[in-house]
Write a protein that binds this ligand. Structure first.
Ligand SMILES: Nc1ncnc2c1ncn2[C@@H]1O[C@H](COP(=O)(O)OP(=O)(O)OP(=O)(O)O)[C@@H](O)[C@H]1O
Ligand SMILES: [Mg+2]
Length: 249
């Protein structure tokens, strides 16, 4: 069953009375409970796509359906932004509690859910710190905790691991896989990193330069295997992606 269905999507930005297209003829579908990865050159419209899916931009043409509903009707989507979007004046705990408070959950429920997610992401000892007092990897985990505590159906991630060092990045990829196996969320993740795409993406979508459209789509049976990185097929797919992306920038 297709959870995410996008057909002939078109998004333009207006500047100086001129319409500049950011996405054109963009179509994509993603089954329920799977991980899709979107990869493409800088400025090709990846963040634009997520802003439409997260209902931050209603100025689009074409079909965008999340489980049969428009983004506007769909309250079960979480978005993790390129720079995490944590509130710097709130502690880790308060950042995580905020979404539940906005939803009007009871104090007990908030305390219970917050504690559970802090524990799951290894953040229990850090709940009274402020984002500036955390490492990049810890900050990233807070951003994930803050989204997951709301039990979303669809998780959108905009280059979530790009500012992490290589090892922390791989740890975070494994953590994301574990969380996905526990929750069976549908995930759409943007990355510039080819190995990350092959490690995580059951479906990998390659975008053209701006205005962005999908130029290639891979179904990737290697995704989600913890020991997949060293396999021959992993390298072959990474090479094929690299060749496809070359010259797009
Ligand atoms: N608010 C805006 N007003 C006008 N143009 C915009 C706006 N936001 C983005 N654009 C333009 O639309 C295009 C797509 O931008 P977008 O941020 O979606 O790219 P991206 O693929 O996420 O890039 P990156 O990989 O660098 O994050 C770019 O050419 C950008 O300059
Ligand atoms: Mg972007």
């Amino acid at each position: 069953m297709e959870y995410l269905l996008i057909e002939a999507l078109q998004v333009s930005y207006r500047q100086n009375n001129q319409h500049t297209p950011a996405l054109k003829d963009f179509s994509l579908s993603l089954p329920f409970g799977s991980i899709g990865v979107l990869i493409g050159p800088s400025g090709c419209g990846k963040s634009t796509l997520l802003s439409v899916l997260a209902d931050l931009n209603r100025n689009y043409q074409g079909t965008v359906l999340i489980n049969g509903r428009s983004p506007q009707e769909c309250a079960t989507t979480a978005l993790i932004l390129q720079e995490y979007g944590l509130l710097p004046w709130k502690t880790v705990g308060d950042n995580i509690r905020l979404g539940l408070q906005i939803r009007g959950c009871s104090k007990q429920e908030i305390a219970k859910k917050t504690e559970k997610i802090l524990h799951r992401l290894g953040l229990s000892g850090l709940s009274k710190r402020y984002p500036a007092q955390l490492s990049g990897g810890q900050r990233q985990r807070v951003a994930i905790a803050r989204s997951l505590v709301l039990e979303p159906e669809l998780l959108l991630m905009d280059e979530p691991f790009s500012s992490l060092d290589a090892l922390t990045r791989e740890e975070m990829q494994v953590l994301l896989l574990q969380l996905w196996q526990e929750t069976r969320l549908t995930i759409l993740l943007i990355t510039h990193n080819i190995e990350e795409a092959v490690f995580l993406g059951q479906k990998i979508f390659v975008m053209s330069a701006c205005p962005g459209t999908i130029i290639k789509e891979y179904t990737n049976p290697l995704a989600g295997g913890y020991s997949t990185r060293g396999k021959m097929g992993f390298l072959e797919l990474a090479n094929s992606l690299r060749a496809g992306l070359r010259g797009l920038n």
